[in-house]
Design a binder for this molecule. Structure first.
Ligand SMILES: Nc1nc2c(ncn2[C@@H]2O[C@H](COP(=O)(O)OP(=O)(O)O)[C@@H](O)[C@H]2O)c(=O)[nH]1
Ligand SMILES: [Mg+2]
Length: 319
């Protein structure tokens, strides 16, 4: 498997990602071993997160961008992070995540969102998939995620550049947009700037630029860019890629790109520990046996939540 991934064999890459997505103990051990080997491979990749509400054009943007990047000699991996993808009616990312024309390119690799009960699980598997794709020679990794809930925070924590796609509305562009997302974005792009929409999107861009002026510079000194784009037009999409290239160049000059990744790796370690502690706790037989009665006692105010937690944690540490 390691040899297959390192040689860029896509069948084996897919199989290895399936392996790391498995929850079987023996698979997890095997998967970790493969990952360990793959982490050693040096790469000069660029990782880009792309977020926005359903229908804003993320998949279309990625498809147009991916084809252009491949044309200029890159290998492009596309991953999706959609914590809803395993719930009954399926994914908010939509069917276009299949990206029919990009998928036919030899130098493109597209992987739908892993299914997992928790966002933490989805995020961990996606991080591991990034490592495997990079080891397989994909030098650009694009990650599509939905603009709802916590998934952006997770994707922001595993990418170099975070792009927020928007569409122009009725002039109240900033309403309904969460402050946290604006603070995470390295660029805000008003998409569907074509046909009758051009004027609206330009106005929206002005409004966003004005709003962003009120925010302090990011810690890395980068001022988030605002631009318009039509994902149906490759030249337009490439102008957005230029912003990303400028960012990467600036961050490499100051080594901040590597610092950011170091910090992300540190967080990855800490999150993995937290997740494992949680799993161990809730899988503990004594905890399973006692949890419901503690919950009932807390509801009946027989015991405080703090005291109950303390006792349950103590139970979980007994042998
Ligand atoms: N006119 C126009 N339509 C677009 C553009 N980008 C996406 N669309 C259309 O918007 C719809 C949703 O696009 P999709 O990429 O699936 O959005 P996602 O849910 O954000 O991934 C599709 O019908 C696209 O063809 C654009 O730049 N201009
Ligand atoms: Mg989509």
């Amino acid at each position: 498997m390691v040899r297959g991934v390192l040689s860029g064999n896509t069948t084996l890459l897919s199989k290895t990602i399936t392996l790391i997505e498995s929850t079987l103990k023996s698979d997890i051990e095997k998967g970790n071993e493969v990952l360990e080997q793959c982490l050693k491979k040096k790469n000069n990749s660029i990782r880009v997160g792309i977020t926005g509400v359903p229908g804003v054009g993320k998949s279309t943007f990625i498809e147009t961008l991916g084809k252009q990047l491949i044309e200029s000699g890159n290998k492009v991996a596309v991953l999706a992070v959609d914590p809803t993808s395993n719930q009954s009616k399926g994914s908010i990312l939509g069917d276009k995540t299949r990206m029919e024309s990009l998928v036919r390119e030899k130098n493109a690799f597209i992987r739908p969102s892993p299914s997992s009960k928790s966002l933490g699980g989805v995020a961990r598997k996606t991080r591991e998939a990034i490592i495997l794709c990079e080891a397989a020679g994909y030098n650009i990794v694009l990650i599509e995620t939905v603009g709802v809930g916590q998934s952006e925070i997770a994707v922001h924590g595993m990418t170099d550049f975070f792009l927020l796609l928007k569409i122009a509305g009725a002039g109240d562009e900033l309403q309904g947009i969460k402050r946290g997302i604006i603070e995470m974005a390295d660029a805000i792009v008003i998409n569907k700037s074509d046909g009758k929409n051009i004027k609206n999107t330009k106005l929206a861009a002005i409004e966003f630029r004005r709003a962003l002026d009120l925010y302090p510079l990011k810690m890395d000194g980068w001022k988030p860019k605002v631009a318009t784009c039509s994902s149906l037009d490759s030249k337009s999409v490439l102008s957005i890629w230029k912003i990303i290239e400028d960012y990467v160049k600036a961050m490499k000059q100051t080594s901040l790109l590597y610092k950011k990744r170091e910090l992300q790796n540190k967080n990855w370690l800490l999150e993995t520990i937290e997740e494992q502690l949680k799993i161990n706790f809730y899988d503990n037989k004594k905890v399973i046996a006692a949890l419901n009665s503690y919950i009932a006692k807390v509801i009946d105010k027989e015991i405080s939540p703090f005291k109950a937690a303390e006792e349950l944690l103590k139970l979980s540490e007994e042998d």
